[in-house]
Design a protein around this ligand. Structure first.
Ligand SMILES: C[S@@+](CC[C@H](N)C(=O)[O-])C[C@H]1O[C@@H](n2cnc3c(N)ncnc32)[C@H](O)[C@@H]1O
Length: 229
């Protein structure tokens, strides 16, 4: 089983600090909802976000959207050998049911997340496809209690994924957690160095998070046979 953790994903509702900015005011009026119930999106709200201390990094639902499309439609997920968790910048964790079909349209995806932030589970609390609860990244890693945890970082130890996963397979590691940042720039802010077995770089340059995810899924699937029943 491969567990994919997207860390510090830039997913949040519009912060109260910018609700009175004209761009946000107009947007909320057009949507007919209070601004604080709407998802922050840098491609729409960039003018208002300039005043946020980390505004250049925030409001990137597109990153999570592309990762979820890549992961949930992967062969590994079809084989029921993948679990996905999204940890957000405000220390919430979204648990993703492997049977979730994510809409391709980004605006509809944003609407789904707004419902999730509002209700804590979608489409309904009894059999949710996505559910959200407060949790820090270290607490999530601890709760997952994997046989092996690694974080992907372009400054990590240069590693080739086919050899890396083959070696874990030979060591009989059954439950592997891979952590990938869900943000557009800069390093992971939480220090998880004591909680991971390895920090690996899969290419000498920075890659998009969804590219790293697709490399992980394909290489794991190609090197690691399903566990025998
Ligand atoms: C777009 S990157 C984050 C920004 C990047 N740290 C920077 O300073 O430009 C998103 C995530 O992809 C992963 N990543 C990007 N390039 C990588 C590489 N060459 N090797 C391993 N992981 C990488 C890391 O997990 C990173 O947090």
């Amino acid at each position: 089983m491969l567990i994919l953790v997207i860390a510090e994903a830039e997913l949040e509702r519009i912060p109260a600090a910018i609700v009175s900015h004209p761009v946000i005011y107009r947007y909320a009026k057009q949507k007919g909802k209070p601004a604080t119930k709407l998802l922050l999106n840098s491609s729409i709200h960039h003018a208002a976000m300039a005043t946020l201390p980390e505004g250049r990094r925030q409001g990137r639902p597109d990153i999570t959207h592309l990762i979820l499309l890549t992961a949930l439609e992967s062969i590994l997920n079809k084989q029921d050998r993948l679990r996905v968790y999204i940890h957000t910048r405000n220390d919430e964790v979204i648990t993703v049911n492997p049977q979730t079909r994510i809409m391709r349209n980004e605006e509809r995806f944003a609407g789904l997340l707004e419902q999730l932030f509002d209700k804590g589970a979608v489409p309904n609390p009894t059999k949710p496809l996505l559910s959200l609860q407060p949790q820090t990244l270290p607490a999530l890693i601890q709760e997952l209690n994997s046989d092996h945890v690694f974080v992907c970082d372009q400054l990590g130890t240069p590693s080739r994924l086919p050899e890396y996963f083959t070696s874990l397979h030979h060591q009989n590691k059954q439950k592997i957690t891979a952590i990938v940042g869900g943000f557009p720039s800069g390093p992971l802010k939480t220090d998880i160095s004591k909680m991971v077995n390895d920090t690996i770089s899969i290419y000498p340059e920075t890659l998009a998070a969804w590219t790293v995810v697709s490399e992980l899924l394909v290489n794991y699937e190609n090197t690691t046979p399903p566990a025998s029943p």
